[in-house]
Design a protein around this ligand. Structure first.
Ligand SMILES: Nc1ncnc2c1ncn2[C@@H]1O[C@H](COP(=O)(O)OP(=O)(O)OP(=O)(O)O)[C@@H](O)[C@H]1O
Length: 305
């Protein structure tokens, strides 16, 4: 059910690749002004859901209704990817960083505003030189870039090539670049992948700022439980393409189905409180964040190398 607080309503989403059902009858809502995390073991279908939302894949079935803050509704499954970005105001980042590494940090933030600048130029070369609207838009673009440079603490590196930045700074720059397009929904695919604990904390601060100051809704795929449990308002858990849990971080963390999915044990075993990921017998079971985090760090290291 959607109400005024629902920004994105996903209903009975299905995505099939030949004989493989990657996402099966998935329904959940992304609330306006909240951080929603989509989690699940490798291959659960998380990135496929993102690809359906952002128009990279045309879903096999289901509806994706985006209700903008201005009261318009867009059926994303019927739009091309560029329309989803431009009209429905959905921005995304990818698992692998996709900055323009040869451009400076500032240029990366300005390129993101290219559409706005072209519109202000009247789409003509003359416009580029003469239109007052273009000059005004250019000034605003620089102002917006400066604001984001400050938010991500990179004012001093504005003129350096983006590719020279440390990994954590590149991740935050990519998010800032997406924010320069003024999205209503920001989709982040594993933003904490490969970050060290200090960089993870900086990422948390940035995402909380995006929610609380920019009032932008965030949907994030994340394996790093220190990020998910710390900043999410709502967590949806997928396993084999289906939803197995949907609730607050606290509810999800203690759900036997989720514990079983992560630890690779039976749900009954998980519910009985007798199994840990190391196979030891204990009196209580909860997803061990440190164990998941260390397993993820190992995986992230492998992805980076
Ligand atoms: N274009 C595609 N063609 C065929 N199969 C695909 C395609 N994209 C994804 N899949 C399959 O769909 C399933 C879900 O993949 P997906 O990448 O969505 O999982 P994920 O939860 O994001 O995994 P991870 O956490 O490892 O990134 C996998 O079995 C994957 O191999």
């Amino acid at each position: 059910m959607a109400d005024d607080n629902t920004l994105l309503q996903i209903e009975h989403l299905r995505m099939q690749f030949g004989g493989l059902v990657a996402v099966d009858d998935l329904s959940f809502n992304v609330e306006r002004g909240k951080i929603t995390a989509l989690i699940g073991p490798n291959g659960a279908g998380k990135t496929t859901v993102f690809n359906c939302i952002t128009g990279f894949y045309r879903p096999t079935g289901g509806m994706l209704s985006l209700h903008t803050n201005e009261g318009k509704t867009f059926l994303l499954e019927r739009l091309a990817d560029y329309e989803i970005t431009k009209k429905a105001k959905v921005a995304r980042t990818f698992q692998n960083i996709r900055l323009f590494t040869g451009l400076t940090v500032l240029e990366n933030l300005l390129v993101a505003q290219h559409n706005e600048l072209m519109r202000a130029s009247g789409m003509t070369v003359l416009g580029l030189f003469g239109f007052p609207s273009y000059k005004r838009a250019a000034k605003e673009a620089i102002k917006k870039a400066e604001i984001w440079l400050e938010k991500i603490n990179l004012v001093n590196r504005a003129d350096d090539p983006a590719g020279d930045l440390p990994y954590g700074d590149q991740r935050r720059l990519e998010i800032a670049r997406a924010m320069c397009t003024e999205p209503q929904l920001l989709c982040l695919d594993e933003p904490a992948a490969g970050l060290n604990p200090k960089e993870s904390l900086e990422l948390n601060d940035l995402l909380l700022n995006i929610r609380d100051v920019e009032h932008t809704s965030v949907l994030l795929i994340e394996h790093d439980m220190s990020v998910v449990m710390e900043i999410s308002d709502h967590v949806v858990v997928l396993e084999y393409g289906s939803k197995i849990a949907d609730g607050t971080p606290e509810m999800v963390k203690n759900d036997p189905k989720v514990i079983a999915a992560y630890l690779g044990v039976d749900e009954d075993e998980a519910a009985s409180g007798e199994v840990t990921s190391g196979g030891e017998i204990t009196g209580s079971v909860e997803i061990s964040e440190t164990e998941i985090i260390s397993a993820d760090l190992q995986e992230q290291e492998e992805k980076r190398s």
